[in-house]
Design a protein around this ligand. Structure first.
Ligand code: THU
Length: 129
């Protein structure tokens, strides 16, 4: 899938976000090494700590379907600045693909491209255990 299509999928997911508390939608489109794509949105809960981010929604969908090697993820938000993944999502993705590409979009749909390793210097993984 082209990067443009992956961006479109992430942006489309903004409408699926369940955000009655923050009113801050996030959409994600995760491309696996084999080209399979899984999408996600943030899903909030009245018990706030149970909220799941868009990135982890997409990753959990992918992993539970047998796809745990990721090539890239597009994260779309409607904020002025780029919608970067939170710390929990960085760690969650790092477990599976520390060198994947992370493409963050702002509300103007400009893109900022990084690797997860750049976002997670000195990351913790199974080699420490
Ligand atoms: N959120 C995400 O979905 N992904 C991120 O990486 C940043 C935060 C969501 C969680 C919550 O529903 C809302 O954005 C505000 O924090």
């Amino acid at each position: 899938m082209s990067e443009h299509e992956l961006m479109r999928k992430a942006i489309e997911m903004l409408d699926r976000a369940y955000i009655p508390y923050s009113h801050f939608p996030v959409g994600a489109a995760l491309e696996c090494e084999d080209g399979t794509v899984y999408t996600g949105c943030n899903i909030e809960n009245s018990s706030f700590g149970l909220t799941i981010c868009a990135e982890r929604t997409a990753a959990v969908k992918a992993i539970s379907e047998g796809h745990s090697k990721f090539r890239r993820i597009v994260i779309a938000g409607n904020s002025k600045d780029f919608c970067y993944p939170c710390g929990a999502c960085r760690q969650f993705l790092y477990e599976f693909s520390p060198d994947m590409e992370v493409i963050c979009l702002n509300r103007a749909r400009e893109a900022k491209r990084m690797t997860l390793r750049e976002l997670m210097p000195c990351g913790f993984d199974s080699t420490f255990l």
